[in-house]
Design a binder for this molecule. Structure first.
Ligand code: HXC
Length: 272
């Protein structure tokens, strides 16, 4: 890690979806910088191995099984975190659901399931954490996406949910600034070794995405963790209401316009 090891000493964090993938890596990065970390997931079996890894880094670690769609479970997770650590400084909203499905095939329940997890779950967590974050000031970090920056086919449900998450980031940054709470987001692009890439980049899509990415690779979990450490620490003390894109520049080349532009540039080169 490239930051001072005591960057987050005496801080306490709660990370939803912290047992696996991007948010497991992010949780370990917080812990490696001195932060006590609680992680939640719907599935208890996702939690205990990561909890042990967190503890091995020398911090206090807590695993709480629960669904962010259930406000009572969310309240309980926040209460257990504050009981265990005596405070809450950092909330990371990472719990998410996704699958490829075109809009005309989406059932109301399928659309609702993703909006309930990604958007309403983020709201439930923020609402429950507020009284504790208010005590000494704090940080909310919402894990978003770039899919809604353009019309990503088969991603209506997630695009709608993440657009809502970005709106929530901006509004809460305005409303909670007076409490000393910074609210930011990270929009990761495709990150290797995650459930998102396994579900979304099927067939030749992975190679095509790497070709389209200006930095010519998939992201690493560590790329997101480093951005999170910045936003969750005092290094970002005057940064609030932003969603930091961590995608190697991919979203800038992802629209059909960009593909048409590439073709035009190639044609112009041939003519010259
Ligand atoms: C169409 C589907 C579907 C699919 C589920 N559904 N999978 N519809 N295509 N592939 C429908 C179901 O039929 C059902 O509708 C409704 O969605 C709810 O499904 P359940 O399985 O009952 O719900 P639940 O068990 O709550 O599961 C939620 C889930 C699931 C979102 C559907 O995929 C999940 O738990 N995912 C968590 C892990 C995950 O997705 N991780 C990846 C995050 S990636 P009906 O009408 O039949 O009742 C990510 C990154 C995005 O977020 C950005 C990347 C760049």
């Amino acid at each position: 890690m490239s930051f001072q090891p005591d960057l987050l000493k005496r801080k306490a964090a709660l990370v939803t979806g912290g047992g696996t993938g991007i948010c497991r890596g992010l949780s370990l990065a917080l812990a490696a910088h001195g932060c006590d970390v609680a992680i939640t997931s719907r599935r208890a079996e996702h939690l205990e191995p990561t909890r042990r890894e967190l503890e091995a880094l020398g911090v206090r670690a807590l695993a709480v099984a629960g669904d962010v769609r259930d406000p009572a479970a969310v309240d309980a997770a926040v209460a257990r975190t504050v009981d265990a650590f005596g405070r809450l400084d950092i909330l990371v909203n990472g719990a998410a659901g996704n699958f490829l499905c075109r809009a005309e095939d989406l059932s109301p329940n399928a659309f609702g399931a993703v909006v309930d997890i990604d958007l309403k779950g983020t709201f439930h967590m923020c609402r429950a954490a507020l009284p504790h974050l208010k005590k000494q000031g704090g940080v909310v970090l919402n894990i978003s996406a770039t899919l809604h920056y353009f019309g990503t086919a088969a991603q209506l449900h997630v695009s709608a949910a993440k657009a809502g998450v970005d709106a929530l980031t901006r509004v809460l940054a305005v409303e909670w600034g007076e409490y000393g709470i910074r609210v930011n987001g990270i929009a990761p692009g495709p990150i290797a070794d995650t459930e998102g890439v396994r579900r979304l980049l099927v067939g030749p899509a992975k190679d095509r995405v790497v070709e389209m990415t200006p930095l010519r690779r998939l992201g690493a979990i560590d790329d997101v963790s480093k951005a999170a450490l910045y936003l969750c620490s005092d290094l970002a003390s005057f940064v609030s209401g932003v969603t930091l894109v961590v995608d190697g520049g991919l979203w800038l080349t992802s629209s059909r316009m960009a593909e048409a532009w590439d073709a035009a540039v190639a044609a112009a080169k041939n003519q010259a």
